[in-house]
Design a protein around this ligand. Sequence first.
Ligand code: NAI
Length: 427
Amino acid sequence: MTTTTTTMDIKSIELASAGRDRIAWAEQAMPALAAIRRRFGDERPLDGVRLSACLHVTAETGALVRTLRDGGARVRLCASNPLSTQDDVAAALAEEDGICVFAVGGEDRPTYYRHLHQALEHGPQLGPTVIMDDGADLATLVHTERTALGSGIVGGTEETTTGVTRLRGMAADGVLRFPMIAVNDAATKHLFDNRYGTGQSTIDAFLRATNRLLAGACFVVCGYGWCGRGVAMRAAGMGARVVVTEVDPIRALEAVMDGYQVLPLSEAARIGDFFCTVAGNRDVIRREHFAVMKDGAMVANAGHFDVELELPALYEMAVARREVRPSLEELRLSDGRRLYLLAQGRLVNLGAAEGHPADVMDLSFANQALAAELVARPDHGLSAAVHVMPPALDQQVARLELQARGIELDVMTDAQQRYLGGWRVGT
Ligand code: NAI
């Protein structure tokens, strides 16, 4: 059953109790965000803000949205991926004051887009003042079909690499109308979320979907960026023989020195047992690669959009298709080989597992909360461009996290500070 009202669209409000438990469990592991939430409750820096958010509707997002609401924002939330919505979390949030949710797990493409529009509509002809994106879908809409709703936006934030890439494209074309903070580019985001979060949750997804042994298997990682490093590291930790494919010579060299074999995909395709794309690019694994894969090869994507695998070609090559396990489809090719596709080629760690652990989302979402506070300030003085997270805020997130873990830093002496600020050795 789907609950649709003029103000919300979720699977079922009856799931709310399970969702509350799930959010509470995540919140226990999100101390930096909790500290920000307490301050937001006192200071109300988002009073009067109409915030439209397009994020994976998971328990960790629940913790973020409640923080933004406690800061004074009225939040309309939709999903940034049709498969990642936790319906119980959507229901729990829908019950809370100041939060409207438009997300149903497994929603089809038209519903996904309808929800994006609904998240932007705060009233008749009333758009958001701040947007929070994961993949730049809201930003794209308010620069194309919904320009009228975009006119009151004072700024926004972007969570992921692919979204930042799209926004930089908009800025380069001179069309971006308001400042966007590239939360992804904060050190306390991509060094941890993209690497350790994607690493752990992607392996978790492979295990849940296939329950196959990684030890001794050949695991091919396409793209050795922040996410790729994490996936490779964790696959190796499970005993897999990791092969990396890359197009960037520096990243390829880094993979070699990290101990992995680097091969062109045309060769890796023949030997891999497991494949995972994390390139933020389209058609990374194509028809010619599927054509030479071993019988039984498992293929997944952990990049933001479901374009990294050339799925139309794969579906065309298949003479039979069937779901063999949850999140696992078998595609039989005309020569009898079977290839296995995880989570429909959508980002596998959210489609076949639960996404990043809360501990790492604490960092990402502490950044999101601080970035939202920054763009909501009337005196932010930011131009209509893509901005990096101010280093002071990035460091604040790291300090909050260290504090929560009871870890203390050393403090430089005056002489050390002068030494680092000067050029005369010994003065
Ligand atoms: P990145 O820019 O650090 O790394 C991407 C790497 O892929 C680069 O080294 C690039 O040279 C390489 N690459 C590009 N085209 C390639 C090709 N055809 N073959 C092989 N390598 C290729 O990006 P990052 O942060 O690692 O993100 C990758 C993707 O994952 C993005 O779409 C991002 O939005 C997404 N992402 C997914 C997460 C998840 O939870 N699954 C979490 C964070 C990011």
